[in-house]
Design a protein. Structure first.
Length: 428
C-alpha cells in the first residue's frame, strides 16, 4: 500500500509511582518508548513481568552494586536528614569521575553531563534493586531510605551477637550477601567488569525474580531464565527469536506470546499514526515529507507481508481477546477505556485484513481521537501549534521489544563476569 505525498526533583511517593514517573521520563529518550497512541501501559506491564527491575535507561550491570555501595558509604558517615541527599549526590558525582577514565560509550551514567547530571544512578536503579532483592524492603522509596539511614541506629536495626549472628530486630535494609566494594570505593581504577563474587551474586539475585502473582517458589521470570545461560541469548534480536523460548516455563511463554503478537500487530497502528502525521504536515505546513513517507511505505509493505504470512497464528491468538486483556491486568497494566477501545478495534481489524485496517476511516479517526485524549493541546494530528514543533522524524515507529536491548547488555556483562571467573579457575 503506497501513501501519497502532498506539497525534576523526585517526590517522596511510593516505589510504584516513582517507577511510573521514571518510565514516562525515559520515554523522552528512547525511540521505542515514544507513545503517541497509548500503548505504553501494556508495553511496560509486559516488560516488567518478563524482565523485572530493568529499565530502558539502565546501562551496565555493575551499577546494581555501585548504587548500594554508594548508599552504604554515605549512610556510614551518619549525615543529618537534611544533608543526606546532598551527600549522596556528591558521592555519585565521585563515582562518575572514577568511571570516566574508561572512556565514552561505555555506559557511564553522567559521562558527558558530569556535575550537571539531573538523574543520578540511584534513581535509575532503585526500583531494580528492590525487584532483585538487593535491598530487602522494595516498598521503600529513595527519599524514605534517606530518613531511615539518618535515624538513630541507621537503616539496619538488626540485633546481632558478638559472632555476627542475627538475634532479632528488623531485617537489614541491604541483602547480607551483597559483596564488599573494592578498597577505597569509588577510587581510581574502577571498571564495569564484574568480579567472580559479584557475578555469582547478581546471577543469584536474577534467579530469584518471579513472574507476577507467583509465590516465591513459583514460576521464574524470563530474566531469571536468561541468567541460567546468559551467553546464549546475546545474538537474539528480540526476546522471542531464539529457539530456546520453547523451553521457557508456561507462565513466561504465555506472557511472551501475548507480548510478541501485540508488538507485531500494533506496529501497524504506530506506522499509521506516522502516515497521518506526514500527511497533515504536508497539507498544513507545506513541508516536504517525501523522505519519511518513502521510509514508512517500506515499513508498511513489510508489515503487510508479515501479518498476512502469519494470519493463522494471529487469528488463533485473537480468537480469545479476553485472555489477552486478563494477562495485561495480571501483569499490572492499567489501560484507559479509550485505549482499550482503540486497540480492540485495531487488532481485530488488522488480524482480519491488515491492508483494510490501514485504509479504514474508523481506524484513522480513532487514532486522531486517541492522541487528542492523551496529549490534549500537544496532539499533533489536531493542533497546528503542536504540529509545528515536530522535527520531521517518525514518532514511536519501532516495534516493541520490551527493554530487550537493555536486557542483552546486562546479560553480556553477567556472561563476561562468569566467564572471567571460570577462566581464572581453569587449570593452566
Amino acid at each position: 500500500m503506497t501513501v501519497g505525498v502532498s506539497t525534576i526533583s523526585w517526590l517522596d511517593i511510593d516505589d510504584d509511582q516513582t517507577r511510573r514517573i521514571q518510565a514516562a521520563i525515559a520515554a523522552l529518550d528512547d525511540r521505542e518508548t515514544l507513545d503517541p497512541i497509548g500503548t505504553g501501559t501494556i508495553r511496560d506491564a509486559f516488560s516488567e513481568a518478563l524482565f523485572p527491575g530493568t529499565s530502558t535507561i539502565q546501562t551496565r550491570l555493575r551499577y546494581f552494586l555501585f548504587v548500594p555501595w554508594t548508599c552504604q558509604a554515605v549512610a556510614a558517615r551518619r549525615p543529618g536528614r537534611t544533608t543526606f541527599q546532598d551527600r549522596l549526590r556528591e558521592q555519585e558525582l565521585r563515582l562518575i569521575e572514577a568511571l570516566r577514565p574508561i572512556g565514552p560509550n561505555q555506559g557511564v551514567i553522567g559521562y558527558r553531563a558530569r556535575r550537571n547530571l539531573a538523574r543520578m544512578p540511584s534513581s535509575v536503579y532503585w526500583h531494580g534493586l528492590g525487584a532483585w532483592g538487593v535491598r530487602t524492603r522494595p516498598e521503600v522509596t529513595l527519599a524514605q531510605y534517606a530518613n531511615l539511614a539518618t535515624r538513630p541506629g541507621g537503616a539496619d536495626r538488626t540485633i546481632r551477637d558478638d559472632g555476627g549472628d542475627v538475634l532479632g530486630g528488623s531485617p537489614p535494609f541491604w541483602d547480607p550477601g551483597l559483596p564488599e566494594p573494592p578498597a577505597e570505593f569509588p577510587g581510581t581504577g574502577l571498571t564495569m567488569g564484574l568480579t567472580e563474587p559479584e557475578a555469582h551474586y547478581l546471577r543469584d539475585r536474577l534467579r530469584s525474580t518471579r513472574m507476577p502473582g507467583a509465590h516465591p517458589a513459583g514460576d521464574p521470570s524470563m530474566l531469571a531464565c536468561l541468567a541460567e545461560g546468559a551467553a546464549s541469548w546475546q545474538d537474539s534480536e528480540d526476546p522471542w527469536s531464539d529457539e530456546r523460548t520453547d523451553s521457557l516455563p508456561e507462565a513466561v511463554a504465555r506472557v511472551l506470546t501475548h507480548a510478541r503478537h501485540f508488538s507485531e500487530i500494533v506496529f501497524g497502528a504506530q506506522l499509521l499514526y506516522n502516515v497521518l502525521l506526514a500527511e497533515r504536515a504536508a497539507k498544513v505546513l507545506h513541508v516536504d515529507t517525501t523522505k519519511l513517507v518513502n521510509v514508512l511505505n517500506g515499513q508498511l509493505d513489510h508489515w503487510f507481508e508479515r501479518v498476512t504470512k502469519h494470519t493463522d497464528a494471529f487469528t488463533d491468538w485473537w480468537a480469545r481477546p479476553e485472555e489477552f486483556w486478563a494477562t495485561v491486568s495480571e501483569c499490572g497494566g492499567r489501560v484507559r477505556p479509550g485505549t482499550r477501545d482503540l486497540l480492540q478495534h485495531w487488532i481485530g481489524a488488522a488480524v482480519l485484513d491488515p491492508r483494510a485496517a490501514f485504509d479504514d476511516a474508523s481506524s484513522r479517526s480513532r487514532i486522531r481521537e486517541q492522541e487528542l485524549a492523551l496529549k490534549g493541546r500537544y496532539a499533533r494530528l489536531t493542533h497546528q501549534t503542536a504540529l509545528q514543533s515536530w522535527d520531521g522524524g517518525s514518532i514511536g515507529a519501532a516495534p516493541l521489544r520490551y527493554r530487550w536491548q537493555t536486557v542483552r547488555n546486562l546479560m553480556s556483562d553477567l556472561h563476561l563476569g562468569l566467564v572471567g571467573a571460570e577462566a581464572a579457575d581453569a587449570p593452566a
